[in-house]
Design a binder for this molecule. Structure first.
Ligand SMILES: Cc1ncc(COP(=O)(O)O)c(C=O)c1O
Length: 394
């Protein structure tokens, strides 16, 4: 008897809906031109915004940390897994975010799950969330018993209605992405913070795609809006612009201490290997000392985005280096991606459930490391394939 028949049944269903994915294999470091499945292509699908994943200073810091500390932390953070290097990193992150303190989790997903569950755990609490928030926020919300209220994307009126409904709750958390990961648009943080505070709620911003990208020196979306002192919980990752791995929460010293005692992914998961912490620490220094990466990222972003728009592609409301090319059906997105790959360009097709049904897309991300030639080659391929699929005319 095949007790696991559901596996093949569900996989067949995904294939029917063009949502089945084969893992592509990267055979080079994560670079602007990479070798993917044996082909050399312009890579428009990494989150390595500043190119730090291969930065010599980070690599050196990681190797030195291995020599000094070994390859593993050997314990969960609250027992004896907190090495000096983890402590230094948290201090540096707090300084970077201009907060009293920070706390690192093994990944962004762990930071979101752990923090949301810890700060609003009970039936008497309420969590108000943008409908397009990242899956790790949704997971965090699912882990609590709190009342859940979801407002339409970036809709401050919808948020206010939810805040009214949540009145009487013990704690009210409003949580939003800073930069939305599939659309590249920004949350209206000034209005969100104002409404939340008016109704006695506190705000958590997931700045996974804003940190290293938004703000004068990449401090994040909260800095872009000048709200760093008003947002109670700033969450970010070190797996994207920082180029390494890990999630963190920056805020007050009380928030840090509270999470040390209450956040389950912090309590029950082994600390980062020292090489990870050392590379992250070096990355934060590079962000401060080498502003040219941040400048180049925005130069490339402006060029690529404006060209895609000029060609007639639907790039939604993106204002960041994440530029979606929205095509509608998942089958079209996957076909678009495959044809681009044949032309030497990799841009991943994305469908449901990562984005809503009928809003399938290619999600492109330029980095500081892309050259004008690479971006021009990619744009030429987009034009050619876009015409072939009748997505653009000229
Ligand atoms: C908005 C957002 N939050 C959180 C995460 C999770 O971060 P990590 O990859 O560090 O687990 C991601 C990454 O995909 C993301 O895009």
């Amino acid at each position: 008897m095949n007790t696991m028949k559901f596996l093949s049944e569900e996989l067949d269903d995904l294939k029917r809906k063009s949502l089945y994915r084969k893992l592509r294999i990267l055979q080079s470091p994560q670079q602007s031109t990479s070798i993917i499945d044996g082909k050399t292509v312009v890579n428009l699908s990494s989150n390595n915004y500043l190119g730090l994943a291969t930065h010599p200073r980070l690599k050196k810091a990681a190797v030195q940390a291995i020599e000094k500390w070994g390859v593993g932390a050997g314990a969960v953070r609250p027992i004896i897994g907190t090495m000096e290097i983890h402590d230094q990193l948290e201090k540096e992150l707090a300084a970077f975010k201009h907060t009293q303190a920070s706390l690192v989790f093994v990944a962004g997903i762990a930071a979101n799950r752990g923090t949301i569950q810890a700060v609003a755990p009970d039936e008497t609490d309420a969590i108000i969330s943008d409908e397009l928030n990242h899956a790790s926020i949704i997971d965090g919300v699912r882990l609590t018993k709190a009342k859940r209220l979801v407002y339409p994307h970036k809709d401050v009126k919808g948020l206010e209605e939810a805040l009214k409904k949540a009145q009487g709750s013990r704690r009210i958390l409003v949580v939003t992405d800073g930069v939305f990961s599939m659309d590249g648009d920004l949350a209206p943080l000034p209005e969100i913070v104002e409404k939340a505070h008016q109704y006695g709620a506190f705000v958590m911003v997931d700045d996974a795609h804003g940190s290293g990208v938004m703000g004068p020196h990449g401090e994040g979306t909260t800095f872009h809006f000048g709200l760093q002192d008003k947002i109670e919980i700033q969450m970010a990752t070190m797996s994207k612009a920082v180029g390494v791995l890990g999630g963190y929460v920056a805020g007050s010293q009380d928030l840090r201490e509270f999470l040390i005692h209450k956040a389950r992914p912090f309590l029950f998961s082994t600390a980062h290997p020292p090489a990870v912490a050392a590379a992250c620490l070096e990355a934060i220094k590079v962000l401060k000392e080498e502003p040219e990466h941040h400048q180049k990222l925005w130069e490339n972003t402006k060029f690529f985005k404006s060209e895609l728009t000029r060609m007639g592609f639907n790039t939604g409301g993106s204002v960041t280096p994440i530029t979606p090319v929205i095509v509608g059906e998942a089958a079209t997105a996957m076909k678009f991606s495959d044809l681009l790959f044949e032309q030497g360009v990799f841009a991943q097709g994305i469908g449901f459930p990562t984005v809503p049904e009928g809003k399938a897309r290619l999600r492109t991300i330029v980095t500081a490391k892309h050259t004008k030639e690479e971006l021009s080659k990619a744009l030429e391929a987009f034009g050619k394939v876009g015409k072939k699929l009748a997505l653009v005319s000229a």
